[in-house]
Structures are given as structure tokens and as C-alpha cells.
Design a protein around this ligand. Structure first.
Ligand code: AR6
Length: 171
């Protein structure tokens, strides 16, 4: 297993699966969600509409859903919904679940590589250092050892924070 930390745009990733930080409706949005939908094209939106919905919810917070990847260099997009940091009663557990369910879906679809953004660290305002610790610790679980995991992080401050969290697990 490898964990790579990359400064850059996740829509440029070449990976079996790319994770989207979506919202529960799963029909696109701002941030990385908007970027992924723009780069993937209309096939991704169509695939999202086909995901079963209950009362406007296709993917509850902390869960994950898988679709095709449209024009992106991936077999699949895994859509997960992180918590809004302010307002969720247990944001740490919800973020942990978002990572774990994404990794489990990747494995159950025979993926060898997976690319993540910093789930919840934008519009949902999760403190990045805490998010990084959770992200790295779930990725290090024994069940995911066979995966090559990459984090695509947009700004340099997040890259340093993720590198620090990774270094702490290697000590
Ligand atoms: N590649 C990699 N990282 C990116 C990219 C990109 N192209 N674009 C933004 N980021 P956010 P959230 C970073 O807000 O906090 C959407 O509207 C960004 O700088 O995209 O989970 C959804 O529909 C930040 O570090 O996701 C939801 O409503 C990180 O990705 C809501 O936002 C996550 O920021 C989800 O909020």
C-alpha cells in the first residue's frame, strides 16, 4: 500500500477511482464536486440521477455511492458526503465513515488505486489538521493495504498538513 500526497487538481488524476466530496442530493455543486462534474461531462450527471433517491437523499452523510466516471481518467467516481463541521453532532465519526465507506466500495469493485480530495475541508469547514489525521488513519487500516491511495490537495497549506499527518503515522 502506498499513500501519495499530491498538490493539484483531482480531475487530472489517473486512478481506478476518483472520490468526489459531494452533497446528499448528488447532482453536483461547488468546489471539487463542481470541478469533477465539469470535467466528467453529462454522462456523470446522468449516472447520478440513476442512483436511487429517498426524499432527495441519494447518499446520506458518511456513506458513499459509486457511478461511472464519464470523461475522467478513471473507471469509477465514488461520491461520498462528509459532514458540515459546524452543526453535525459527531463530525469526526462521520468523516471517518466517509473515508472508510469510499475505500470499501473501491475494494468491492476491484480497484487498485483511489484518489481522494480533502473531504469536508472546503465549504463544509472541517479543520484540516483534524481531517488529515482521520483521513490518514482510516487509509492505514489493514483492510485497505492493497490499495494505492492518493490525496489531491488544492493548496500548499493542506499539502503540508497531510504530509505532517502521514509522517506522524510513520514514526
Ligand atoms: N481538486 C482537488 N481539490 C479541490 C478541487 C479540485 N479540482 N477543487 C476544490 N478542491 P469542497 P466539502 C478542494 O468545498 O468541504 C460542494 O458544493 C478544496 O480546496 O469541494 O466537502 C458539494 O456539492 C477543499 O480543500 O468540499 C457539497 O455541497 C476540498 O477540495 C460541498 O461542496 C474540499 O472542498 C462539500 O463541501
Amino acid at each position: 500500500m502506498t499513500i501519495n500526497i499530491i498538490a493539484g487538481d483531482i480531475t487530472t488524476a489517473i486512478s481506478d477511482t476518483i472520490v468526489n466530496a459531494a452533497n446528499s442530493l448528488m447532482l453536483g455543486g461547488g468546489g471539487v464536486d463542481g470541478a469533477i462534474h465539469r470535467a466528467a461531462g453529462p454522462a456523470l450527471l446522468k449516472a447520478c440521477y440513476e442512483v436511487p433517491e429517498i426524499n432527495g437523499i441519494r447518499c446520506p452523510v458518511g456513506e458513499a455511492r459509486i457511478t461511472e466516471a464519464g470523461e475522467l481518467n478513471a473507471k469509477y467516481i465514488i461520491h461520498t458526503v462528509g459532514p458540515m463541521y459546524y452543526g453535525h453532532k459527531n463530525p469526526a465519526l462521520a468523516l471517518e465513515n466517509a473515508y472508510r465507506h469510499s475505500l470499501q466500495l473501491a475494494i468491492s469493485h476491484q480497484c487498485q488505486s483511489i484518489a481522494f480530495p480533502a473531504i469536508s475541508c472546503g465549504i463544509y469547514r472541517y479543520p484540516p489538521a483534524q481531517a488529515a489525521t482521520i483521513a490518514i488513519s482510516v487509509c492505514n487500516e489493514a483492510a485497505f493495504k492493497q490499495l494505492d491511495i492518493s490525496f489531491y490537495l488544492f493548496d500548499q497549506s493542506l499539502v503540508s498538513i497531510w504530509q505532517q499527518a502521514l509522517a506522524e503515522t510513520e514514526q
